[in-house]
Each structure stands twice: as structure tokens, then as C-alpha cells.
Unconditional design. Structure first.
Length: 349
């Protein structure tokens, strides 16, 4: 990107009184998306930057971190473990430009007093917007029409989809009143949907504030026209939607998953979808990239996107701005805005 520094060699030891040094382990194409010229200039003004283009190169990162006070990471960067921390003798902050920070840090980071932040708050709205787009597509069977026309079906055949519905008055079930879940709830309620929510941590008072009804999982599944999954990744939520749960969904209902494949048993989901009983819109998969011959790709009742729900221009720029703001907060002695605790790692995969 314009104004982005060239990759720097291994830094010299930091001397007293020098500018604080920050390592940015973000490849060029993501730097261009994350950091506007204005945001990059703010960071460059506040710190001496070491920029790693080969952000997956662990040896390069090991050579770069001595003396650095902050490390900005992106997806697929090497993990910050005990070995890297031994080299990072002055490290105070690991700032991840995404949400799922657990793959990139170990508990050693917290044990050594290094702060960790992530930018997940910035993803809530765009992911909720995609979940809303998925919801409307499933309700109106847009994916089925598109598939039929693309395969050359006759006009009358292409129009022969199952019953279609408006979102106004539809029963929408939301699993997880997370940041994204709440953003999605506000959107579908604004369009007139009736919303039931299953979340063990949602209180009656908070449900009233959101304008939703708290319900159990089985009730939610059995009565919802669309089920949208927004739960966190925990031991308890692994495959929370399996064969028995999916069988409770009414014929013609739709499943929306923009969260994590961890939450849905993909084999059980595939069996239901292959029968044609349910429709689905899916952004996340057990295996990514999704193999070219995967059976999900051929099903006319499935809408697929390649894990890009948070990929808007605006979201990417907010992710970068959030990470830079955290670094600037550290350097100026202000509290971090989005700190991560060791206990929260399990939910940030």
C-alpha cells in the first residue's frame, strides 16, 4: 500500500530514549485492506515500525521481536509461544487484527504479563448483515431460483420452488445473543420478524430490552422458519446442532451459519440438506477451503460463501484501525479498549 514501509531487517537492540518499536506481521495485501494511509501514518508517527511481508515465517518473526513493545498479527501468523516470548524481551502487547485470537497466542503470553487484544467488535455488524441477507435469500428461495436458472432449467421448472415467505411476521430463532447475534436481532426485528433466542446467559431483563422471547433449544428449533447460529465456540457448544436437533426443524425451514462450523455437526446437516427437507446458507465449514468436490457445492437448496461474512471494505478498515488504536493506547499509557483474558481464549477460536 502507498506509504507502507518495506520489510525491515532484524532490528538492532533498543537503546534508552529511542522511539518505541512495533512489529507489524501483516502481509501486503491485508495491510492495504486494514490500514488506510491516515491510520498507518498515525502508527508510523508514534513508533518505529518493523514490517514483515512474509508473515507466516516464524524465523523472521523471531528475529524481529527483540526490543519490540507491541506485535500486530493477522490471520495465519506464527503462534506467540514461550520460545517467541523468550526472544521478545520487551513485548507488552499482542494485537490481533481479527477476532479469533486463540490460534495465535498461548497461555504463556498471559503468564508473562503480556496484554492481548482482538478486533472482533468491528465484525458484528457486517456479519449480521450477511446473516440477514442469508435469511432473506432462504425465505424467498433466491438460491434455488439462481441454481435452477444457471443449470438451464425451463422457466416454469425454475419457478417451482417450495413456499416462500416474507420476513415480516416470520418466526426467527437465534442461537446465541452474542455481539453479532444482537446486531442480527435488531435487524430482523426492524423488518417485523418475531424472534426467539436460546442463550443460557440471556436474562429476562436483557431479553425484554432486545424485544425477544427466551426459549429452550428444542422449542426454538421446532417453531422457527429460520434458525440463525451466533453462539460462541466452547466445549458445551460443540455440535450443539446434531442429527436429533436438526430433525426438530420444520420441513422447509432454513439454517443460517455465519459463526463457526464447530457449532453444527456437518455430516448431520449434510444428510438433512441432501434429503431436500431443509435449506441452508453457510459461510463456515469444517474444512476450509471447501474441497471442490464437496457434496454441499452441488445442492440446489444451499447457499454457500467462502468464509467472507466480515470481508467488507469498511470492516477490514475498522479491524486495522482497532489494532492500531490499541497499540497507541499502550504507548500512551491508556487502558486497552478490547483486552482478552486467558479465560476468554476458548471463546475466541
Amino acid at each position: 500500500m502507498p506509504g507502507s514501509p518495506e520489510p525491515a531487517p532484524a532490528p538492532a537492540p533498543v537503546s534508552a530514549g529511542s522511539r518505541p518499536r512495533v512489529v507489524v506481521s501483516v502481509p501486503p495485501h491485508l495491510r492495504a485492506q486494514f490500514f488506510t494511509p491516515e491510520v498507518w501514518a498515525r502508527l508510523a508517527e508514534a513508533a518505529e515500525l518493523t514490517v514483515l511481508d512474509e508473515h507466516r515465517d516464524r524465523e523472521a518473526l523471531l528475529a524481529a521481536v527483540p526490543g519490540a513493545r507491541a506485535l500486530v498479527l493477522s490471520w495465519r501468523s506464527p503462534r506467540v509461544d514461550a520460545e517467541l516470548l523468550d526472544a521478545a524481551d520487551r513485548l507488552e502487547l499482542v494485537a490481533h487484527t481479527g477476532s479469533a485470537v486463540a490460534p495465535y497466542v498461548t497461555p504463556d503470553v498471559f503468564a508473562r504479563g503480556v496484554h492481548v487484544t482482538q478486533a472482533g467488535d468491528e465484525m458484528a455488524r457486517p456479519v449480521a448483515e450477511v446473516a440477514l441477507a442469508f435469511t432473506l435469500s432462504l425465505l424467498h428461495r433466491v438460491h434455488r431460483f439462481d441454481h435452477a436458472l444457471r443449470r438451464g432449467a425451463a422457466w416454469e421448472e425454475a419457478g417451482a420452488a417450495p413456499e416462500r415467505h416474507e420476513i415480516h411476521g416470520s418466526e426467527i430463532g437465534v442461537i446465541g445473543a452474542s455481539r453479532t447475534g444482537r446486531a442480527y436481532i435488531r435487524m430482523v426485528r426492524a423488518l417485523g420478524a418475531r424472534v426467539g433466542v436460546m442463550d443460557p446467559f440471556l436474562t429476562e431483563a436483557h431479553a425484554a430490552e432486545l424485544g425477544v422471547e427466551r426459549v429452550g433449544l428444542e422449542t426454538l428449533l421446532s417453531r422457527s422458519r429460520i434458525v440463525a447460529v451466533h453462539a460462541p465456540v466452547t466445549v458445551e457448544t460443540h455440535h450443539m446442532l446434531g442429527a436429533r436437533q436438526l430433525a426438530l426443524m420444520p420441513d422447509g425451514a432454513g439454517l443460517v451459519n455465519t459463526a463457526r462450523s464447530w457449532l453444527v455437526d456437518q455430516d448431520a446437516m449434510l444428510a438433512e440438506l441432501a434429503s431436500g427437507r431443509l435449506d441452508a446458507a453457510i459461510d463456515v465449514f469444517d474444512e476450509e477451503p471447501l474441497p471442490p468436490e464437496h457434496p454441499l457445492r452441488a445442492l440446489p437448496n444451499v447457499l454457500l460463501t467462502p468464509h467472507q461474512a466480515a470481508g467488507s471494505v469498511e470492516c477490514r478498515q475498522r479491524l486495522g484501525a482497532s489494532a492500531v488504536d490499541e497499540v497507541l493506547r499502550l504507548l500512551s499509557g491508556r487502558p486497552l479498549a478490547h483486552p482478552v483474558t486467558v479465560d476468554a481464549l476458548a471463546r475466541l477460536r
